[in-house]
Design a protein. Sequence first.
Length: 230
Amino acid sequence: MKNRKKRAVVLLSGGLDSATTLYWAKSKGYKIYALIFSYGQKHGKEVKKAVKIAEKAKVPFTILKIRIPWGSSSLIDKNAEIPQTGTARLPAGQAITQKRSNPVPSTYVPGRNTIFISFALSFCEAEKLSSVFIGANAVDYSGYPDCRPGYIAAFDRLLKEASLGKIKLKAPLLSLSKKEIVLLAFRLKVPVGLTWSCYKGGRYPCGKCDSCLLRAKGFREAGIKDPTKN
């Protein structure tokens, strides 16, 4: 039987957080497999970036094509506009230490992490892996409910229950600020220039959506130039 203890799957989106999570898990000695989801995003750029990151890291990957038929998210609803400003201007830590007055952003895809982690659980059981790694962050983030510490802890308990204690959910970046994630990425030699955080799929990041603003905040506070900027 395969030794599952140091074998794990990483949910790889192509963004800074998931790429850093992949390299963090590799640095801890895990044999990594990557799951990349194509779920009807308005653009395919993040999937292409995720593939390049997996190839650079020399880890096997699988692209799962799924469809979420109900819209209700500006990331997948072609008739909805992606907001250009928002929660990204909150001070670091406010998102989890204070009650939020802002609603959940329109970019939230209902149940997305729940769907992804469920697929990852199935993959782990089939391939005899011990852990699911996710790049969730609850400090400098847009306020998605499936990135909160309580959600991660609850789903970790569920995975353990579902797998008879064999599979765990790990979110190593959960309590880090974007500045700390940027610094960690460079320490781990993550190919940051390959990552794509923008909600839009243009030639260059838009610089105005929540994800772009949060990323810019992290690089600015870290005192490092973002290699994706022209």
